[in-house]
Structure formats: structure tokens, C-alpha cells
Design a protein around this ligand. Sequence first.
Ligand code: DAH
Length: 366
Amino acid sequence: MNELQSRKNEALAAIASADNADAVEALRVEALGKQGWISQLLKTLGAMTPEERQERAPAIQAARGEVADAIAARKQALEAAALDRRLASETLDLTLPAPETPSGSVHPVSQVMDELAEIFADLGFSVATGPEIEDDWHNFTALNMAETHPARAMHDTFYFPDRDGAGNRMLLRTHTSPVQIRSMMKEGAPIRIIAPGRVYRSDSDATHTPMFHQIEGLVIDRDIHLGHLKWTLETFLKAFFEREDIVLRLRPSYFPFTEPSVEVDVGWQDVKGRRVLGGDGDAPGHGWMELLGSGMVNARVIEFAGLDPAEWQGFAFGVGVDRLAMLKYGMDDLRAFFDGDRRWLTHYGFSAFDQPTLSGGVGARA
Ligand code: DAH
């Protein structure tokens, strides 16, 4: 046995019997540190003739690999043993009494999603869901955004690493619109769904958070037209804000997945310095605020989802759930929604008994 081998075996034996992390670390420095014996041996390679190097280098590299692996394995074993000891010595007394009044509350986002489900159920919509980790095809291509489409750039997408190297990167869905595609493909037509859920964009300031919530609406049937869209949105917003005087203004707009596309504004009025929704936005002291995007589903999208656009048409809309919650319940900072601050949750949260029902008005009595 040559000297390299016997030193290596010595080191491996020492590592195997080291009984704490410090001892393992000392052995690592001794072998692999800057001045360690293996590092020193590696440095001698530079001065060798190519033939010598070819003969010696594999053995030295192999020794380095073995020692490094042994050190990593020993560290892990010691950590696992330490954890086992801790778990064996620490106990949790499950018989401790719970607080008499549980202090949890329902987050405004959950409350608003429940309210929306209640309103739309009454209009014959069911609730659909889709994955938050989406593929490019459902999030973009099938929604009529080809790879080179400029609208893709507006989405500030979070991509996962390209694991198969073929460019099929997964992503965090940037909107709830891919659920339109999934629902049409799964259920065909006619279909009436809403799809609430989390969406993600790489954007963060007072009015943007990297994760936020949207709700998507989709109706596909025969002979659906813009009038159905307007009536549905009006009915939904009147029920949601619990006011009969909600006035909508539809403006022509552009989304790749709808044609024609309409941006929907809702009238507001100034009530003691606060903007309150309701009333004609054109009246004095009133104004319009942009609330949601919608339109008639683009024939190409219907085709991508496997349906015949000559037979089936429909409308779609997308709206920010957090925004709806802020407008209805008067919060002014979006970021607070996701801070998990108990004081905020106590103030703005809802009782679990506040189930929204249409008969009682969907508004919670906060
Ligand atoms: N997906 C759009 C977004 O996130 C919102 C949207 C606009 C959804 C128009 C729709 C629509 O269904 O018709 O910005």
C-alpha cells in the first residue's frame, strides 16, 4: 500500500470515529483546508511532468473525493443523532388547556372569495380551480399569446429553471385565465365557471405584491353576446357592493384572449373625502375608476381549448380579489393583506359565523 492510500485510510478511520461536529471540522481542515495534506498534494501536480501527472492525479483526486464524502456523511449522521436526542428529551404537553375563546378570524380575501362564490352560484356558475404552477402553453399560448407576443413581457413572470433543457420551463401562473382553458378542455361547452385563486408577478410596491388574488369568469354557450356580459357584471357588482346605484362604463380595450375587449369602469362619489362606489361617474363630484378587464372570448382561444368557435361563443372577465376587498371593506394598503400581523387580522378579519348568504345580503357585518 502506498503512502497516499495509508494516509487516506487513516483519515477515513479518524472521520468515522469523530464524535462531534468540531472534531469533524478539524479533520476537514487537516485534509482539505488550504494547508491540508490533500490540498498540498494537489499543488504538487503543477510541477510534475505530464506523464507523472497523468499517473498521480486520478489517485489524489479520488482520495480527495472519498475524504470529502466521508466528512459530509459523518456531519449528517452527527446532526441526525443530535436531532434524535433533542426529540427524545423535549416533550409537548398536549393536555394544556386551549384558550377559552379561540382568536382566529377569516381573512378578508377568503371572505370576499366566499361572497363571490355565493353571488355567482345564484347565477348558475360553479367554482373551478387550476394549478398555481402552470406551463407556458396554458398560461400564454392557448390564451393567444404566442412566444413572441409583446403582452407576455407585461406579466413579469416568475419562471422555474429549464430542467429538461428544451425550453419547457414551468412558471407561477400570472393570472387565473389559464383556468378558462383547463375548464373548457375538461368540461366542454356549455360552461359557466368562476375561478378564484392566487396569481404571481415579479412586482412589489404599495399597490403590488408578488402574490395576489384574482377571480376569473367564463361563460361559453350558444348566442352569447356583449349584453350578457354587461348584465352579468352589473348584477354581480350590485350584489357584491350591496347597492342598486352601481353604474358601469364599458371602454374598448385590448387583451389577446378577448375580441372585442372591454375595460370596465365603475362610478364613484366623494363621501366626506372618501371614494365610495355608486352613482354616475360623470356627475359633479363623481368619477370613474377602472375595476376589471373583460370581453368576448377570442375565437382562437375557443379553438385552442378544443371547441368549435362557429358553434360556441362566450365572454370572460378577470378582476383582482384583493382590490375588491379593499374597496368594499376600506383597507388602504395592499401589503398589509400578507403581513400576517395579528392586530390587522383582528381588525379586518371576519367571524367564522359570518357566512355570506344572498338572502341576508352577502356583506359581512364586520
Ligand atoms: N388575465 C387578465 C390579467 O391578469 C385579466 C383579464 C382581462 C381576464 C380580460 C379576462 C379578460 O378573462 O377577459 O391582467
